[in-house]
Design a protein around this ligand. Structure first.
Ligand code: 2M8
Length: 457
């Protein structure tokens, strides 16, 4: 990459993150957090914030700390750190705070949604702790944040893996982060549209704004939104009982990507605990990580040559064969046998599947469900590329892996230079009139550029 492009990318990334930062003064305290994009996502999102902090720690460590501090501030009594922490100054996102019925769980005046997102937070906390140059600040940061993150992990282990299988259950596609992925289609279709109350459908019709704020052909379809809101309404009726949500939700998925991040977060946090001489806690997290590693490896499907999610809704146990980006999650967590790695590498570099002009598409090109523009059904995303780049880079003596890493890294950064800071991009590298796909001026695209430049260039 040209040095001038790198310099420009860094400058623009910082500007986008600054523009998307909110500052709120409350009871004499100042709170700061970053929203994903002012064009639509005007609150704070869990795994987006983790990437924001990882990108910012090198250039604005105080903002990186504030970002994580603000996210964990809304942690529930039971340990949940939610998918969305609502922004009291903004009203324009659907479903907004008034639709979740979570007021009873508010801590420190922060209203949140009632579900979670992939647990990248632990990875971010460890990374920020490691990279903070001011070690006094690092110790204060870890003393403040670590108890919350460990409590969140206790929540996830207790409620999302009640059978102690090592694989974590998500109860809503929004919890996967890859919301509209075709790997959820069959499970969602089992929720019959005529079983969804008319009031829910009317609410979605009247209040959904993403498809008008953005391009309708990039967003989930109406029937997906009916089901998304149906699940929210059910959980609200159950007063967000975490046990019931897993046992009785019509959508429950043992998710490979979520579990891979859980594994990586546990290992990274175990390392932090180890360095703090908290050996017993480190051992516990390391053993959770090992258990998940083995469980992920065991989901390998020899025919599809990939890891598989498991639909566990209402007592089911159905392995999901859809070829999506989730199967590369285990690269990031080093959860593979060498034989599986070789097959994954082959899949990842296959131009008919996952290696078009701008890899890595969120769904295999050969899948009948592939869609160039609709979110998580085909487009390439910087966040999943970051996992793959980091994952390949863990294979220190494997020249082929490192070469592929450099290629994906370069293509990711170059695409942002050519098309701007979008939410996602066409895997064929074509540019729309105004740039990439989804919403623009996107924070995690900016933060991931900063992170990748800092780590690899
Ligand atoms: C997208 O999800 C939100 C719901 O959480 C939405 O579409 O309204 C996903 O891409 C998710 O992974 C991401 O965290 C969020 C904000 O960038 O947007």
């Amino acid at each position: 990459m040209k040095q001038e492009d790198i310099t420009k990318l860094k400058k623009q990334s910082k500007e986008i993150l600054a523009k998307n930062t909110y500052v709120l003064k409350n009871n004499g305290k100042t709170h700061r957090w970053i929203v994903p994009s002012k064009q639509f996502y005007v609150h704070q999102w869990n795994w987006d914030s983790a990437t924001h902090a990882m990108g910012l720690v090198h250039s604005d460590p105080d903002l990186a700390i504030d970002e994580l501090r603000s996210l964990v501030r809304g942690q529930w009594e039971n340990g949940l750190i939610a998918q969305i922490r609502f922004n009291p100054e903004e009203k324009s996102y659907f479903p907004g705070p008034e639709l979740w019925g979570t007021e009873g769980f508010v801590q420190d005046n922060v209203i949140t949604s009632g579900i979670t997102q992939p647990p990248l937070l632990g990875v971010a906390v460890s990374y920020v702790y490691q990279k903070l140059q001011d070690r006094k600040k690092a110790q204060e940061f870890i003393a403040e944040i670590l108890p919350r993150v460990l409590k969140y992990h206790e929540f996830l282990k207790k409620y999302r893996d009640p059978e102690d299988s090592g694989l974590l259950t998500i109860v809503h596609p929004w919890e996967s982060g890859t919301d509209n992925s075709p790997r959820f289609d069959t499970a969602l279709e089992a929720i019959k549209l005529d079983s969804i109350p008319e009031s829910v459908k009317t609410l979605v019709h009247e209040q959904r704004i993403d498809a008008t704020a953005g391009d309708e052909s990039h967003r989930p379809r109406m029937h997906d939104y009916y089901r998304y809101m149906h699940l929210v309404t059910l959980f609200k009726k159950w007063n967000w009982d975490p046990q019931k949500m897993v046992a009785e939700s019509p959508f429950a998925n043992k998710d490979i990507l979520f579990s891979s991040l859980w594994l990586k977060a546990n290992e990274d946090l175990a390392e932090v605990l180890e360095s703090l001489e908290r050996k017993e806690e480190a051992k516990k997290l390391q053993s959770w990580a090992e258990q998940t590693r083995e469980a992920i490896i065991n989901t390998w499907d020899e025919t599809a040559k990939q890891y598989s999610d498991l639909n566990v809704a209402l007592g089911k146990k159905e392995s999901i064969k859809e070829a999506t980006i989730a199967t590369f999650g285990p690269l990031y967590a080093k959860a593979y046998t060498e034989k599986q790695y070789d097959l994954l590498f082959k899949k990842l570099t296959d131009p008919q599947q996952f290696y078009p002009a701008f890899p890595v598409p969120s769904t295999a090109l050969a899948s009948p469900q592939f869609d160039t523009a609709r979110y998580w059904r085909g487009p390439s995303w910087p966040v999943t590329n970051m996992f793959i780049v980091d994952g390949l880079s863990m294979r220190q003596d494997d020249l082929q892996a490192l070469k592929l890493r450099d290629e994906i890294l370069e293509k990711t950064l170059q695409t942002v230079v050519d098309q701007g800071f979008f939410e996602y991009y066409s895997p064929f590298g074509e540019k729309r009139k105004d740039g990439g796909l989804g919403f623009g001026e996107f924070s995690w695209t900016a933060a991931i550029c900063l992170y990748l430049i800092e780590r690899y260039l």
